[in-house]
Design a protein around this ligand. Structure first.
Ligand SMILES: NC(=O)c1ccc[n+]([C@@H]2O[C@H](COP(=O)([O-])OP(=O)(O)OC[C@H]3O[C@@H](n4cnc5c(N)ncnc54)[C@H](O)[C@@H]3O)[C@@H](O)[C@H]2O)c1
Length: 321
């Protein structure tokens, strides 16, 4: 079993690689080789099988010939220009999130062996005039360029799968928190900062009120769901390969209370409340009420409480920070 993670140097890509290294198997087979590809060659992971790391740019179609071969069994397609970045730079978003995805699928088609492709979409495909809760059959109505590009990626995953060119499956990820490291260019970045920075004794700014509701999942659960997503038999998806990954709807207050339950009252004192119009404008358009029935039926899961998210950050990432 040969696995390729495109975007393997990113936050989720690295965690996925470590989990694959730990379990050593996927789809009932022993893993022989894992390739981690990203704009710069990613950090490697220790594993009992071969791990290759390489630089790749999915906007460069010819370079994908050597990366995706008929020996590539499973591809996790995580590479993306994330939300605020894609909104600020329309061309970058289109090049990577639409044409880059198309390049990968086109290379799979040319390779001719219909690999499993696990695509990470986003809840940003939803928005506008659709009723709550957002269900599996709710029409995508993205209100950002990022959401539009992800929605187009979903359509491509469906059509390439229907035609037998890939065995695709796409998952709309909730906001993954607590994200380690530094803030990134996602508009949702503060949702991790307000927990991560205070846990590390640093100040953080919260640009929205504490009753702001949003949909979250921990990195651990996200990786488990992506791995399960690769395992599920194609027929189980029916005629739509793309679905919403389960998460939890929480207010900022519930998240902070979970942090206090785990780490005591001091971290909350490091949060500064500073409304920011630009961030509020973007995140107030995001939906928070989802019914991910199909994914739940297929066995994907959410965290039980944000206490889990805080604990996982401390156990998996804080010492590494
Ligand atoms: N983290 C979240 O909360 C979240 C929520 C919804 C969807 N997603 C999606 O999940 C996926 C992974 O997210 P993440 O948080 O790990 O993001 P990330 O930014 O940490 O990782 C994405 C990786 O893609 C790489 N990349 C960008 N352009 C590339 C290109 N042209 N060629 C090759 N690699 C390229 C980047 O260098 C980066 O390492 C993305 O598709 C993202 O849109 C994430």
């Amino acid at each position: 079993m040969n696995i390729l993670i495109i975007g393997g140097g990113g936050f989720i890509g690295q965690k996925l690689a470590r989990q694959l290294a730990q379990q050593g198997r996927l789809r009932g087979q022993t893993i022989d080789r894992l390739t981690l590809a990203d704009l710069a060659a990613p950090a490697t992971v220790a594993a009992s099988f071969v791990v290759d790391t390489c630089a790749c740019n999915i906007t460069d179609r010819p370079s994908l010939d050597a990366l995706i071969t008929p020996e590539t069994d499973v591809i996790f397609l995580l590479a993306a220009v994330v939300s605020s970045h894609a909104e600020a730079d329309f061309d970058a978003g289109m090049q990577v999130n639409l044409f880059g995805v198309l390049n990968v699928l086109d290379r799979c088609r040319a390779a001719g062996h219909a690999p499993v492709v696990v695509f990470t979409s986003s809840l940003a495909v939803f928005g506008g005039e659709v009723p709550d809760p957002i269900r599996d059959w709710t029409i995508p109505n993205p209100q950002t360029s990022y959401g539009t590009q992800k929605a187009m990626g979903e359509l491509l995953i469906n059509d390439y799968s229907r035609r037998g060119m890939i065995d695709g499956r796409g998952f709309r990820l909730p906001t993954i928190a607590v994200r380690p490291g530094k803030p990134n260019r996602a508009a949702s970045s503060f949702m991790s900062s307000i927990i991560r920075e205070p846990l590390n004794g640093q100040e953080a700014v919260c640009p929205v009120a504490d009753d702001y509701l949003h949909y979250y999942l921990s990195p651990r659960r996200c990786v488990d769901n992506l791995l399960l997503g690769a395992e599920i038999e194609a027929e189980a998806f029916g005629s739509n390969r793309c679905l919403t990954m389960p998460g939890q709807t929480l207010s900022i207050r519930q998240m902070i209370d979970a942090m206090t339950e785990v780490a005591g009252p001091e971290p909350e004192k490091l949060i500064r409340w500073e409304p920011q119009d630009e961030i509020q404008k973007i995140v107030s358009g995001w939906r928070f009420d989802y019914d991910p029935a199909k994914a739940v039926e297929l066995g994907l899961t959410a965290d039980q409480s944000f206490v889990e998210n805080v604990r996982y950050y401390i156990e998996d990432d804080q010492t590494a920070a």
